[in-house]
Design a protein around this ligand. Structure first.
Ligand SMILES: [Zn+2]
Length: 666
């Protein structure tokens, strides 16, 4: 090609490119879109009602931040101070919203609505106390239309993807009622509210007091005047030792529990919780034996007792819901009835497939709630990852099919680095349980969280999730090997109180229980083999070399810290095994060196006052959920707690092991 032709081509290429841009732009902003911002220009303002709650104002600022990240400055003003010559994004109970039939009191639970009115966009939703559907609406607006991703708590946990044109359908009028009415445990942090709401972790003011008969009939108030309210066990009414067991054939006991629940509804509760005592013990009196004609079948007797109470509450407070606990004696559905009263919900403490199958044949009109053991550091894997994305996807989908509308995770999520993609999948599945799926959500997470370093991080987590599958499906709490190994029984037939805990379940009176694996060191050996850890390490190093933005670097720093913890744990575990095989000087030195490394690493997580240091530049993110040095180090002692000290290298005094080698177990 000669020089002249090249020059002509240049002149030709520039107008062609311009024409392509014009066509692309025209394509990006067709008439059926309302364009809020494009071409570096935005006329919009974010408009708050004159009276607003602080979270709504902070969420409005987030819209401003998302737009600004794309070069669009947007002011946040109250409705009385808006610029009347410009259109707006109206949040909550504004006059414009009400004039168009949208006001917060019409929304139930965490619902919201988007509506385009002329050039304006209205985002309305529930806005009462801690129930802020309007905030969820803003989060979803930012996710769906402005490239915002909620990856973790804190500023670094939010990513704004480049969005040169921000637009919504010109005829947008969309109402959304989230699948979940609530999803919280006592360990959710209040200052993570934005992340929680964006990811369907809804707080609500439902009072779950746990096992509650004793709150309605306190031992201290009643035993000395009415010992007959209490269970007859071994020929006498209960004494100080076992205080919260009752004689349920006594009409006053039912009356007191009913009065207690009605009192809670009068104090504002929409849902009241009804649950028999933990470690329930039947009363041995004749009237209790005869009650409901169920004789020794105390499972049905407790159900029928609770159903009578639910009916009594319904008569007095027809709008209130009664949430009954399915647990221990009430694990299985009642046999003598096929449907519950209209006002009844059931809280399932077992959510494995067989338990849900059994309940799915049953009518519970007001829906279910579920008590979850998805995460938490009581697992054999402790602070390390537990579930696979596919397992979480399947759970959310099944919960949707079952009309499970409330979740009580029993432990906090602790591991935002290594489990970050899992929390994302879990939270986002509830946005659209039939349309979303793990693969799509993982991709959304990886590309938003790691930008240029997406490929090695996709590979990193791919290795981890492959390894976790065996644990998640087979070895984790309430999974197959907990029940089936060595037993010709199915989970639904196992009478087990606390099948998820580390300690031997015989302590809790469980029957027919068997676990495939009882030693956490075995689990660690299976999941985190040296080859696996080395491959993960190699991918993480690649990603660290490719990281672009400061946010990506900080997210990788969190993954790095958790990965180092994992690596050192695995190293000690394997070198301890090596020392057992070859208890010689060289093996002992290597193991002692690994233990030194482990303790030095843990020390480096804390400041001189012993407080967990946040990830640099990410003040909201304290790794391992701020666990103290003792707790995090004890991870291992707790894991191995039933072992002899000599079989637990983490309990060794590392100052003396080189000179005074521990005696190994047989
Ligand atoms: Zn009795």
């Amino acid at each position: 090609m000669n020089k002249l032709l090249k020059k002509h081509l240049q002149y030709l290429i520039i107008p062609v490119l311009f024409a392509v841009q014009v066509i692309l732009y025209a394509h990006a902003a067709p008439r059926d879109r309302l364009v809020l911002a494009s071409n570096g220009q935005c006329r919009y303002q974010v408009i708050l009602p004159e009276q607003y709650q602080e979270p709504l104002e902070k969420t409005a600022r987030l819209i401003s931040e998302a737009f600004a990240s794309n070069g669009f400055p947007v002011a946040v003003v109250t409705e009385d101070r808006k610029d009347p010559s410009r259109p707006g994004i109206y949040l909550g109970d504004t006059r414009l919203a009400r004039e168009n039939g949208i006001w917060s009191s019409q929304f139930r639970d965490w619902g919201y609505r988007f509506k385009v009115v002329g050039e304006d966009l209205v985002i309305g939703g529930s806005c009462q106390g801690e129930r802020l559907g309007v905030v969820k609406g803003v989060c979803d607006f930012l996710h769906n239309y402005a490239g915002t991703r909620f990856l973790a708590p804190g500023g670094t946990g939010i990513e704004f993807l480049g969005t040169p044109v921000i637009s919504v359908p010109a005829d947008l009028d969309h109402s959304h009622t989230p699948m979940l009415k609530w999803n919280f445990s006592g360990n959710m942090y209040a200052d993570e509210w934005l992340y929680n709401i964006a990811t369907n972790h809804f707080y609500d003011d439902i009072q779950f007091g746990g096992h509650m008969w004793h709150l309605a009939v306190p031992y201290e108030d009643y035993f000395h005047i009415h010992p007959e309210y209490f269970a007859l066990i071994g020929g006498k009414r209960l004494d100080q030792e076992v205080r919260s067991q009752y004689c349920i054939s006594n009409a006053r006991v039912m009356e007191l529990i009913t009065r207690y629940l009605v009192g809670l509804t009068d104090a504002g509760a929409e849902i009241v919780y009804l649950a028999q005592p933990d470690g329930f013990r039947p009363c041995e009196c004749g009237a209790c034996y005869d009650l409901y004609g169920t004789g020794d079948d105390w499972d049905d007797k407790v159900w029928l007792f609770h159903i009578d109470i639910a009916r009594a509450v319904q008569k007095e407070r027809p709008d209130a819901k009664v949430l009954m606990l399915s647990y221990q004696a009430t694990t299985h559905p009642p046999k003598r009835i096929s449907a519950f009263p209209e006002n009844t919900m059931v809280l399932l403490s077992h959510t494995y497939k067989e338990a849900l199958d059994e309940w799915s044949r049953f009518q519970v009109p007001a829906g279910y709630a579920a008590y979850l053991q998805n995460f938490g550091n009581y697992f054999f894997t402790n602070y390390l990852p537990k579930r696979t994305p596919v397992w979480l996807e399947a759970q959310a989908r099944r919960f949707h099919e079952m009309n499970i509308i409330g979740l009580l995770p029993d432990a906090a999520i602790t591991c935002y680095g290594l489990e970050g993609p899992l929390y994302y999948v879990w939270g986002r599945m509830f946005d659209d349980p039939t349309g979303n799926h793990a693969e799509k959500l993982l991709e959304e997470y990886y590309s938003a969280a790691f930008g240029q370093a997406v490929e090695p991080m996709r590979a990193f987590f791919g290795i981890l999730h492959d390894q976790l599958e065996y644990f998640s499906e087979w070895l984790g709490p309430r999974s197959a090997t907990h029940f089936r190994v060595g037993l010709d029984r199915k989970p639904g037939e196992v009478d087990d109180n606390l099948d998820w805990v580390r300690v031997p379940t015989s302590r809790f009176g469980s029957r027919g229980m068997h676990r495939g694996i009882t030693d956490p060191a075995q689990v660690l050996s299976i999941i985190y083999q040296p080859g696996t850890v080395l491959r993960m390490e190699a991918e993480l190093e690649k990603a660290e070399a490719m990281a672009g933005s400061d946010k990506v670097k900080r997210r990788l720093a969190l993954v790095r810290q958790e990965m180092d913890y994992l690596k050192h744990l695995s190293r000690v575990n394997y070198l301890y095994n090596a020392y057992r095989i070859s208890p010689d000087r060289a093996s002992l030195d290597r193991l002692a060196g690994a233990l030194d490394g482990w303790h030095l690493l843990l020390d480096s997580f804390y400041d001189p006052e012993g407080k967990m240091k946040p990830v640099p530049g990410w003040p909201e993110m304290h790794p391992f959920r701020n666990s103290g040095r003792g707790g995090l180090g004890l991870v291992t002692a707790r894991w191995w707690k039933d072992k002899e000290p000599e079989d637990n290298p983490f309990a060794w005094d590392r100052k003396t092991i080189r000179t005074n080698p521990p005696v190994l177990p047989e």
